[in-house]
Structures are given as C-alpha cells and as structure tokens.
Design a protein around this ligand. Structure first.
Ligand SMILES: [Zn+2]
Length: 185
C-alpha cells in the first residue's frame, strides 16, 4: 500500500532517500512514513496449574479458544493494557508478573506480540458476550480436546514448560528513566 498524502499536513508524499533507504516522505513538512506496525499483548494467567482461555466470538479466529489479549493503546503502559483486556474479556483480575514470550510477524503490517505471565487475583471467568463467548481455566489435558488456536498452544507450552522466569519489571532502575516501562532478565 503506497502512502500518497501526508498524515501530518495533507500534502503530497514522494519517494525520498532517507539515510540510504527509499521511503515515502512529505513534500512540504518533515513527515516520513516509516512503515505500518502494530503491537499486541497477551495474558498467560495461571491458577492451580490451569490457564485462562477465552473463546473468540468474532473474526479473526472465531470459535477458537485463545488466551486473552488485545492491541496496545497510544499512551497506556502495556502491562495496564493486558490487565485491562483480561478483566474486560473474562471478568478476571490478574497482575503482570513477567514477560514470557515474544512473537514477530514481519508482513504488510509488521506485528509484534508480547506475552505476559500473570498472577491470578480474583474473579470468576465470565465471557463479555461481545468479543468472547466462553471463558474458563483449563489444564493442558483438558485443552487437548478443545479447539485451541495453534499459537495459543505454543503459548500454553511456554506458560507450563517455560525454561526461565522471564523478564520481570524493574520498578527501581539503577539510573532514573522516567516514562520508561522496564522489564529485565
Ligand atoms: Zn506533511
């Protein structure tokens, strides 16, 4: 998809060499179209050896059981997004513990997905009835006979058989870094 008009000032865009790479750039202002990117976040909420799954009521993936999640918002910290998505989709309160996995999909909209290990706090799984029409905690054995999405199966393996604690939040970094959300090994 070619970008013809500047999303900042509305003027025409042109091909321009920006530091050795040809990119679409505005003919009037400094705007450069760097690409199309999206970032998703997912929740791996474990309770007594079972993982929280929801059943998608909408495309893409309608009818599949997946872990809760969504897309990040412009000014919301990603851990707040994933905690909010879990609550909205399933009625469960859970807190971010660690970053456990990452998926990269370089394509027309380059997507990066970050999976968080989360600690269950309270709430009975209850589907929101809009995005999802089922919710519950399930063991890996129970999932064998369920319509679990392939990528979710991979994430379940990470959650159950993970080989490290993952990246945990650094609330007191060794140097002051205001405005950063920091996760470290
Ligand atoms: Zn412009």
């Amino acid at each position: 998809m070619q970008v013809n008009y500047c999303s900042s000032c509305g003027a025409a865009m042109e091909d321009k060499n920006v530091d050795g790479t040809v990119r679409r750039a505005c003919t009037r202002c400094e705007f450069v179209h760097w690409g199309n990117y999206s970032i998703g976040v997912g929740a791996l909420v474990v309770k007594e050896g079972k993982l929280l799954l929801v059943r998608r009521a909408q495309e893409p993936g309608k009818g599949y059981w997946t872990n809760p999640g969504g897309y990040i918002e412009q000014l919301e910290p990603i851990q707040a997004t994933v905690e909010r998505e879990v609550l909205e989709e399933s009625g469960v309160r859970a807190a971010v513990k660690a970053v456990l996995a990452l998926r990269d999909q370089p394509r027309s909209i380059h997507n990066v997905y970050i999976a968080f290990g989360m600690e269950y706090e309270d709430g009975e799984p209850t589907p929101d009835g809009i995005e999802v029409d089922g919710a519950g905690f399930f063991s890996p054995e129970e999932m064998e006979t369920m319509n679990v999405a392939p990528f979710t199966r991979w994430l379940v393996d990470v959650a159950v058989n993970g080989r490290s604690e993952g990246l945990t939040q650094d609330a007191e970094p060794i140097v002051p870094l205001g405005g950063y959300g920091l996760f470290r090994a």
